[in-house]
Design a protein. Structure first.
Length: 156
């Protein structure tokens, strides 16, 4: 695995985000087969909510996570059809800021939600308050692409 630094703004925001969610990540050992994928705990996964309203797909994210997530350079929300996981794929710059490599955060969700996500090309990431209500204020959402993948291509 390459050396990762906090020299750039991109990495500053990535590490801020990972520091925020680190208590809710699992399998963070060097023996893991997945070098570029972080696994969200069942608790963190269950704190997300998928919903469709106004003919748009939304992913509700708890406010404390959303506040650091919206600063990331997110490529997509990827999924493998038939698997009960979604992956938020984001960018991390390598040593010397000469190139970047995608990393992903894996959330476990029900298979039925994958079928819903598969019908949309974009998803709105929306700030969600403590009682699970989606925020409607300006600046409390952003849109990313959804992508079906065959394998965890960022692990190559």
């Amino acid at each position: 695995m390459a050396n990762y630094t906090m020299a750039s703004k991109t990495n500053k925001y990535v590490f801020e985000f990972l520091r925020e969610i680190s208590p809710s990540l699992v399998a963070l050992n060097r023996k893991s087969k997945l070098k570029y994928t972080f696994l969200a705990s069942p608790y963190l996964s269950s704190s997300m909510a998928v919903d469709v309203f106004n003919d748009r797909l939304h992913l509700g994210v708890p406010e404390h996570i959303f506040n650091s997530m919206y600063k990331l350079r997110i490529f997509s929300l990827s999924y493998i059809k038939g698997k009960s996981s979604i992956f938020i794929v984001f960018e991390v710059e390598t040593f010397g800021n000469e190139k970047t490599h995608p990393f992903a955060l894996r959330f476990y969700i029900r298979n039925e939600l994958i079928d819903i996500i598969d019908k949309y090309q974009k998803i709105d990431i929306v700030k969600m308050n403590v009682d699970g209500t989606f925020s409607k204020r300006k600046g409390s959402s952003f849109t990313i692409l959804t992508r079906e993948v065959e394998e965890l291509e960022w692990e190559d």
